[in-house]
Design a protein around this ligand. Structure first.
Ligand SMILES: *Cc1c(COP(=O)(O)O)cnc(C)c1O
Length: 328
């Protein structure tokens, strides 16, 4: 199956801009950094999940579904964008959210409620997959047709969304006349990084893909990313991808997922003041702290070109407001 032959529902605005972070690169004194603005995908405050959802929603519609079910933490960007994608396509949504991190009506939770998503809070240790299946069963009894999307939208179709994103980066770089050495992204449920890696294989693209973990250890992230990439590869008839082939770093997570770090906050301020670009404290701030550290360690050098994928997460800025201005 070719990517262009898979059904796709238009939810966002593509291609997203690929822009040079001129001042930031100068201040860094290392490689030239370009920003792939996937925070500007256009749907309900944007973010990376829109690329995945274009394929997932098309699959749901093809199966006659009328309710999307997914899961995440209380402030999940993925859950917010699934609720938005559902409304965009004329569907309903049920969000099974872990009661973890801030749960007041701000950021993503505020938007979930404005979108009229059906919110089901579960306790942190609970089995969310079982909870989603129970919701699906409940909906079927009401005569509805549910469609369950895994955490982060990271499965074969989600990976395909980012394989397409990798091709988009390459086309834009070619059009602007430069060669990409390395693409860097925040990596959580693995679909973004896995999809980018899959894209480099399927389309023969020349760049490396580095993932900055926001939660898992390096080894576990490598396994997750390779699994999701391989699910996508199976769908596209490409060879599997092994965990050892995945480049992942777990040095920038801080205490744990969802807790802002000092370096992440510094990166947010730096990008804001040099480029007027807003990163977020849960994903992109930490990933950018990773990029900065790699330059300081001499692992990325002058003369090289790095594309940093801004995966979104903007609503979280408003949830963590106090930490951001006091400096964590
Ligand atoms: C979900 C998310 C990520 C991580 O993407 P995965 O595909 O889950 O690895 C990165 N940044 C933001 C803002 C996200 O919402």
């Amino acid at each position: 199956m070719r990517i262009d032959d898979l059904p796709r529902t238009s939810l966002g605005t593509f291609p997203t801009p690929l822009v040079r972070a001129r001042r930031f690169s100068q201040e860094l004194g290392g490689p030239t950094v370009w920003l792939k603005r996937d925070d500007l995908t256009g749907l309900a405050f944007g973010g990376n999940k829109v690329r995945k959802l274009e394929f997932l929603v098309a699959d749901a519609l093809g199966k006659g579904a009328n309710v999307l079910i997914t899961t995440g933490a209380a402030q999940s960007n993925h859950a917010r964008l699934t609720a938005a994608a559902a409304r965009h396509a004329g569907l309903e949504s049920v969000l099974v959210l872990r009661r973890q991190g801030p749960t007041h009506t701000q950021g993503n939770l505020l938007i979930d409620q404005l979108l009229g998503a059906d919110l089901r809070m579960v306790e942190p240790g609970e089995d969310v997959d079982a909870a989603m299946q129970a919701v699906a069963e409940e909906l079927r009894r009401q005569g509805k047709v549910p469609y369950v999307i895994p955490v982060g939208g990271s499965n074969a179709l989600g990976a395909v969304g980012y394989a397409d994103g990798a091709r988009e980066i390459q086309r834009q770089a070619e059009a602007q006349g430069f060669k990409v050495d390395c693409v860097i992204c925040a990596s959580g449920s693995g679909g973004t990084q896995g999809g980018l890696v899959l894209g480099t294989r399927v389309f023969g693209l020349p760049f490396a893909v580095w993932g900055m973990s926001v939660s898992a250890t390096r080894e576990n992230l490598q396994k997750t990313v390779a699994r999701v990439a391989t699910e996508g590869a199976d769908l596209l008839g490409a060879p599997p991808i092994r965990p050892e082939e995945i480049v992942a770093y777990d040095d920038y997570i801080g205490p744990r997922y969802g807790i802002p770090t000092r370096d992440g906050i510094d990166a947010i301020r730096w990008l804001a003041r040099s480029e007027a670009v807003m990163l977020d404290p849960v994903y992109t701030g930490k990933a950018m702290a990773g990029l900065v550290d790699h330059i300081r360690q001499g692992r990325l050098r002058r003369g090289q070109t790095v594309v940093f994928v801004h995966t979104g997460g903007t609503p979280a800025l408003f949830v963590h407001n106090r930490r951001l201005v006091q400096g964590g």
